[in-house]
Write a protein that binds this ligand. Sequence first.
Ligand code: PEP
Length: 255
Amino acid sequence: MKRRKIVAGNWKMNNDLNEALGLVTEIKGIVKDEVRNDAEIILFPPYISLASIAKNIEKHPILLGAQNVHQENVGAYTGEISVSMLKSVGCSYVIIGHSERRQYFSEDNELLNLKIKRAISGGLVPIYCIGETLEERENGDFWDVLKTQLWEGLEGISAEIAPEKMVIAYEPVWAIGTGKTASTEQAQDVHSYIREELAEIFSPETAAQIRILYGGSVKPDNAKELFSAPDIDGGLIGGASLKSRDFCEIIKAVG
Ligand code: PEP
């Protein structure tokens, strides 16, 4: 079964509204003129730009997502944003469990599991991020870390809905924003391990359909090789998604 590749741009806390609209306009132009593959392109700007970007990309195949979401759908949670709010401004995806959320905002697997369930039941596709720190990689614990992140984060989600309603992103923390990329072999080994675990959590059929993205210093010059690995179904791009030319070269690397 062919899995359609995804190229997702996580803008993090970058770009005010004008800058965001400028960047998306550039990306749209390059995609229209130069991209000939069927990559699914998703942008994750800061919340404040979502509604305006949704209007800007109307009639364009680019999709929109949010960088985070609250686990409840309504209520007294000052400063938070819900799944239905994100849907109402045109989002179809949401990143859940990015390592910066785990590290700086103490989000753990139990909380992330609630967020994933809320996203799925409210009609957003979660991109669930997992990944080990440098220390965990070096001391060899990382297989267990990844396993726990998967089993706890995906607890209670049914095999039937998983393939279309969920994406996994493997983002080794030591490769995010550092310029250090996992080698294609390192990334492929982990992706194939993730797919084996997904087969245990759900079923082999379901696992074969779930898309697993790689994230961590993906750039125009390493994207093609990474995307050619059998279990790497695209990329979650941070730094390089802030430059229209680099981001579009990465989209083109899908083939
Ligand atoms: C990310 O933050 O998800 C990421 C992969 O960042 P970068 O591409 O900058 O390493």
